[in-house]
Design a protein around this ligand. Structure first.
Ligand code: TYD
Length: 225
């Protein structure tokens, strides 16, 4: 498969920030991202790092307004319109929060969802080309890649069961058909294969401590702590 969809100079255009550590976390609803991010935050802090936790969409005043707008929609909008909302939130988050924070010594940004969510939710699950999504990201600050991405992988049954056990009202994406939820699971697995150098797939059906240990092993092995 083409590792650099549509952009022959992918690695010249898309780069991680030169300073600090920028990690993103991906997975379907119920995959345990927020639990793992909190555990990792403590791990980094205990080792003397400065840690900033953020989520997408959101994280800035503007982004939180966009979040409320898109997750509160009753009727589906065009996937390209969805894409622009997420990109607007992302550009502002990078400019206002992520890039300035990473200038500080021993800075770590832990981000709940990033570009791979757009590739999966707006791209693969809704049959929009990945080339288009990458092309829209090629201008600064959107051309910032994370140093690594952790994909917490669960199957669709586990995701639906964990959503039900939370008993919360379903948002714009959670209320979609099971077929869409299956496409998300498969979409993430495809993305993890396509970008296997950046994305670490972790079996998130295991218990919290085992998943946390797997994440920490990768972080130690890559020499980040
Ligand atoms: P959120 O409640 O943060 O989901 P979760 O708790 O599962 O992380 O809601 C964010 C929703 O927005 C989620 O369903 C995924 C979706 N999304 C996209 O479709 N595209 C994107 O680019 C991003 C960042 C999120």
């Amino acid at each position: 498969m083409n590792l650099e969809p549509g952009l022959s100079n992918f690695s010249d255009v898309f780069r991680p920030p030169p300073q600090g550590l920028f990690l993103s976390f991906e997975g379907v609803e119920g995959s345990g991202k927020s639990t793992q991010i909190t555990i990792l935050e403590q791990h980094f802090k205990s080792l003397g790092h400065q840690v900033l936790l953020l989520r997408e969409p959101g994280g800035t005043a503007f982004g939180e307004k966009l979040r409320a707008t898109i997750l509160g929609l009753d009727d589906a909008i065009d996937p390209l319109s969805e894409t622009f909302v997420f990109l607007a939130s992302r550009a502002q988050l990078l400019k206002e929060k992520i890039l300035p924070f990473l200038q500080q010594p021993k800075a770590v940004v832990l981000l709940d969802r990033y570009v791979d969510s757009t590739l999966v939710y707006q791209g693969l699950a809704q049959k929009r080309p990945l080339e288009m999504i990458w092309a829209l990201h090629q201008f600064a600050p959107l051309n910032t890649l994370p140093h690594a991405t952790f994909f917490l992988d669960i199957d669709v049954e586990t995701s639906l069961a964990r959503q039900d056990s939370r008993g919360q009202a379903k948002d714009y994406f959670e209320s979609r058909q099971r077929e869409f939820q299956e496409q998300l699971v498969q979409g993430y697995r495809t993305i993890a294969r396509l970008y296997s150098e950046r994305i670490h797939r972790i079996d998130a059906s295991q218990n919290e401590n085992t998943v946390a240990a797997s994440l920490q092993n990768v972080i130690t092995a890559r020499g980040w702590v």
